[in-house]
Design a protein around this ligand. Structure first.
Ligand SMILES: [Zn+2]
Length: 292
């Protein structure tokens, strides 16, 4: 069911005094802190229907009905909660978001957060690469003769153990929903959060604007699969992006060379051939090009 935010519902409630609203239907008389009248929801001769301006609620001691200003309106007018919110918002001149826009807005907010999760992660992995614990990754880099400049240009990184990234993201203040949406962390059947990428050489995948949208991760031993990639998500769609495009765009882009793997892009780039990109693929054991 479409829903308005709690914040806007509160605002509508606070700008519609319950005594004002109920007075339009029931003749109320003050008695002490509260107002009393004849209950509109059951037949009675002496007033047992009370309204509290302090608490902004009503209650009938005769039939037990009660609630806030929205409850009253839904019952007396026979309308839905959403309609009650809309009626009262109009009365107090509050502009409600249209429900569609509201959902769009939520989606946009989540997208922004996922970009931030990705950006934080790229930096986290990149810094990891230089730590003493990352010898296995440093060994591979040495073997492939990658320069520090190359590591920086492509922001290569190293993913850590079990839930290191998850913990770091939580410490940074990200919420589980945002973290899971990024695809960087999975929740297992026991409810534990586990990093998707562990002990892998990490390749951040960026959109044209240079925003990190996904990652590829290569094993550094013989385990399988050799490469895994982020699942498609709110910010990432495989078909629409190319690995290395954000880096290639800085140079001559009249002609683009398409190669098979991430490492092909990176080694060619290091040899001065900078107009190179690679398509993004599914995770696989890969005879198909992500090898090397
Ligand atoms: Zn009643």
């Amino acid at each position: 069911m479409p829903k308005y935010s709690d914040q806007i519902i509160d605002e509508v409630r606070q700008t519609n005094d319950i005594v004002d609203i109920i007075s339009q239907y029931v003749h109320l008389k003050r008695s002490g802190r509260n107002f009393f009248g004849l209950c509109p929801f059951h037949n009675e001769k002496s007033p047992s229907f009370s309204v509290s301006p302090d608490k902004q609620i009503f209650h009938c001691f005769g039939c037990g009905v009660g609630g806030n200003v929205f409850t009253f309106l839904t019952k007396i007018e026979g309308i839905s909660f959403v309609e009650a919110v809309q009626t009262l918002a109009e009365r107090s001149n509050i502009q409600l978001p249209t429900l569609d826009n509201h959902q769009d807005l939520q989606k946009e907010k989540l997208k922004e957060k996922v970009f931030k999760v990705n950006e934080f992660t790229a930096q986290f992995y990149h810094e990891n690469l230089y730590k003493p614990e990352s010898k296995i990754a440093q060994g591979y880099i040495k073997k492939r003769k990658l320069t520090n400049e190359t590591l920086k240009s492509f922001r290569l990184g190293f993913s850590g153990k079990f839930d290191e990234l998850y913990k770091a993201l939580k410490k940074e203040g990200f919420e589980d929903l945002e973290i899971l949406e990024s695809g960087l962390v999975n929740k297992n059947n026991n409810g534990k959060y586990i990093d998707r990428y562990r002990n892998r050489l990490m390749f951040p995948i960026c959109d044209e604007r240079g925003r990190v949208i996904a990652f590829g991760g290569r094993v550094l031993d013989d385990s399988k699969p050799k490469y895994i990639n982020s699942p498609e998500n709110i910010v990432y769609s495989k078909g629409r992006n190319l690995f290395g495009l954000n880096v290639a765009k800085k140079g001559n882009t009249k002609k683009m060379l398409i190669v098979e793997g991430y490492m092909d892009v990176i080694s060619l780039h290091q040899r001065g051939i900078t107009n190179v990109v690679a398509p993004l693929r599914n995770s696989s054991n890969s005879k198909s090009g992500l090898a090397s």
